[in-house]
Write a protein that binds this ligand. Structure first.
Ligand code: AKB
Length: 338
C-alpha cells in the first residue's frame, strides 16, 4: 500500500520554506519534499525529505512507487538572472524538469482515477513590455496581454503554463478514450519579499536585498534606477494565494493561470520605506544596465481581478502592513538573534 502525500519540489527555496510552514499549519502531515539541498534544520523529521535531482527519472519512479501523490507544488526553478548565464541548463531544469513532472502527474491521475492537482508558480517574467512608454501606459496588465518574455526564465515560465494547460485539457486528445489527467493551476507572482530568506539568482532581488542589508547594518548599492517600478508581494500572501487556489472548486475557475499581486512601487519608494524603519540605512543606486533591461521589460503592475472574482483572492499585506507588521519586525528579530 502506498502512503498518500503532497509533493513539493524546490522545497528548500524561498517559497518552499514558507509553504511547508503553511501546509503544516493546515494540519498536513504527509509532505514529501524534494530539493538538491537539505531542508532547513527546523523541518527535520517533519517532512519526508528527498535530497536529489528532479531530472533523475529513477528517483521520481522510486518516489511514486512509495507515495500516492495527490498534489504537487512544483517550485523548483532557476530564476531570471541566473538563467541568463546558463540558458540551456535553465531550459533543462525549468522546462524539461516540469515536463517530466507533468507526465508523472498525468500517469498518476490515470492510475488513481482522479486528477492530480499540479500547482505551478509562474511570474511577471512571463510578460515583456517593449519599452518604458508602453510600460507606463499599461500599468495593470491582464493575463493575456504582453506575453512576450525577454528572458530564458520568462520564456520557460510562459511555455510551462501552456504545457500545463495542454496536459490538463488536451493530453492524448486523439486516444479512443480520453484519460483522466491532471488539474493544472498556475499563479503569476510579482517580486516576492520574505522576512526569513533572501532570494538568489532573481532580478526582483533588489527589493529584498535592500531591506535585509539595512537590517544587518550593511550598505547596499541597488542595481536598478530609482524610477524602476514593478509589483511586489509579501511571502505570506504568496503562500496564501497558492493554498487558496489549490482549494478553489474547479467549477469556479475561468482560467488556469491567474495574476496575483499586492503593491507596486518604485525602487526609490522601496528605499524610502526601508529608511522609514532603518533611518541609518546606506542605500545607493548603481544601475546595472543589463539587469535594468530585464526589470524594465516587466510590468509595473498586475491586474488580478479574475483571481479576486473566481476564488476570492485578496492579499492580507498592503505596503504598510507588509513592512510594518511582517517584514520589519521579523527581519529585525532575525538579525538581532544572529
Ligand atoms: C526573478 O526575479 O527572477 C523572480 C521572479 C520575478 O519571478 N523573483
Amino acid at each position: 500500500m502506498r502512503k498518500k502525500g503532497i509533493l513539493i519540489t524546490g522545497a528548500a527555496g524561498e517559497i518552499g520554506d514558507s509553504l511547508i510552514r503553511g501546509l503544516m499549519d493546515d494540519g498536513e502531515s504527509s509532505i514529501v519534499t524534494l530539493d538538491l539541498k537539505p531542508l532547513a534544520q527546523e523541518y527535520k523529521g517533519k517532512t519526508t525529505h528527498i535530497q536529489g535531482d528532479l531530472m533523475d527519472h529513477a528517483l521520481l519512479s522510486r518516489l511514486v512507487s512509495e507515495y500516492e501523490i495527490g498534489t504537487i507544488f512544483h517550485l523548483a526553478a532557476l530564476l531570471s538572472t541566473r538563467a541568463e548565464f546558463t540558458p540551456e541548463m535553465a531550459h533543462q531544469v525549468n522546462v524539461e524538469g516540469t515536463l517530466g513532472l507533468l507526465k508523472l502527474a498525468s500517469e498518476q491521475s490515470e492510475w488513481r482515477g482522479e486528477p492530480v492537482l499540479f500547482m505551478f508558480p509562474s511570474s511577471i517574467a512571463a510578460y515583456g513590455m517593449p519599452n518604458l512608454q508602453v510600460k507606463a501606459q499599461f500599468s495593470r496588465v491582464r493575463e493575456w496581454e504582453w506575453n512576450y518574455p525577454t528572458t530564458m526564465y520568462g520564456c520557460n515560465k510562459l511555455y510551462c503554463e501552456m504545457l500545463g494547460i495542454y496536459f490538463s485539457q488536451h493530453y492524448r486528445q486523439l486516444a479512443a478514450e480520453r484519460p483522466i489527467t491532471l488539474d493544472f493551476r498556475g499563479l503569476r507572482f510579482p517580486g516576492l519579499v520574505s522576512a526569513f530568506t533572501l532570494p538568489s539568482g532573481g532580478t526582483s532581488d533588489y527589493g529584498p536585498e535592500m531591506l535585509h542589508a539595512a537590517a544587518k547594518g550593511e550598505p547596499y548599492a541597488c542595481f536598478v534606477r530609482e524610477d524602476t517600478c514593478i509589483p511586489f508581494m509579501a511571502m505570506p500572501d504568496a503562500v496564501k494565494s497558492l493554498r487558496m487556489l489549490a482549494r478553489a472548486p474547479a467549477a469556479n475557475l475561468t482560467r488556469r493561470v491567474y495574476n496575483v499581486t499586492s503593491f507596486s512601487l518604485s525602487a526609490a519608494e522601496f528605499r524610502d520605506q526601508v529608511c522609514q524603519y532603518f533611518p541609518d540605512a546606506r542605500i545607493t543606486f548603481k544601475p546595472d544596465i543589463k539587469r535594468q533591461g530585464i526589470v524594465d521589460s516587466w510590468p509595473a503592475g498586475l491586474n488580478d481581478n479574475d483571481a479576486r472574482r473566481d476564488w476570492g483572492w485578496k492579499p492580507d499585506f498592503d505596503l504598510e502592513r507588509a513592512f510594518g507588521e511582517y517584514l520589519v519586525p521579523n527581519i529585525t528579530n532575525r538579525y538581532r538573534s544572529e
